[in-house]
Design a protein around this ligand. Sequence first.
Ligand SMILES: *Cc1c(COP(=O)(O)O)cnc(C)c1O
Length: 371
Amino acid sequence: MLLLIPGPVATRPEVRAAMAQDVAPWDNDFRAIYARLRERVLAVAHGVPGEHATLPLQGCGHFITEAAIRTFIPPGGKLLIPGSGAYADRMTRLAREAGRVPVVMPIDPDRPTDPAAVGAALAADPSIGHVGVIYSETGSGVIHDAPAIGAVVRQAGRRMIVDAVSAFGALPLDMSAQPEIDAALFTSNKCLEGLPGMGFAVARVDRLQASVGQAGSWSFDLESIYTHALKAGWGSFRFTPPAQVLMAFDKALDFYEAEGGQPARLARYVANMRAFYDGIRGLGLSPYLPREQQGPIIVNVHAPADPAWDLQRFVDALKARGVLISNFYNTATPTFRVGCIGAVTPDDMRRAVGAMAEALNELGITRREAA
Ligand SMILES: *Cc1c(COP(=O)(O)O)cnc(C)c1O
């Protein structure tokens, strides 16, 4: 099955095979792999050893995002969030439910955030301590320029938390050049092409040291993960980890490095996106974003106007042809969404377009312009 969703992504068979063993998390062989894995991840973020730390947390992206919000923002503290779409909405809810105060900055969800507008919002409210940015808004497919927004945040003397969950490993991120970033967040199962089950933060050590006791949660406390590592070693976990997922992740990092790291991964995803974007236009379908706003991670496509259109039937017809896409909408207007990330190539994307042509014909969809 060709899995074209923005996480969990298609993985290589070697990565899945790395899971097929029993592992004791406290075993010295595993501890060495885990400690090295933290260093490998730090290098992807261009973190500085001693200045930054890799803090893994069992679970999904929402868990690591909540942990970062709790750890770095004091209770009652304000977090400015550009309202980029579905994942900005999720960060807003996570902050509110954790007793922090999200301040949503309305933006056009089909366009990148204007860094100057972030600067103006910060100038207007000196009580805002943090900015929360979705680097790649998986809801829309738009990339928000985290380095440029960070420069404005830095100039304003504020702090930033970057949800890089669907960006990390593919879009450039240089933590050494962005001291305003408290933490960048991501998971094992997106652009690094591992299996789902682990969240990661790369975070600043000085900010961790300034955050003792602030989280109001033991499970979701990055500072606790950090101090545990100092006491018990970088190969040690507080609580039982999905050790097999980490074995697979280690293998996925081998492929990442062999491919050529971030620039090579981005180039492949851009080629995937272009093959798909051009392909569906050739079928008469309308992409949700104009080409100049279209990021390389996910392509949304307007639901066709034809009255016979039915998303679940389309998804089922594709699945019968070996291609699996999401069966829900993540945009205000109905769209179907296709991930361009994972262990897939432009040829796979062209195969998916071929399957879509057949599925549209099977469903009798002739009016294919946007509904
Ligand atoms: C996938 C994703 C998340 C996390 O989703 P989970 O289902 O919790 O793993 C968060 N932010 C963005 C931008 C994402 O794409």
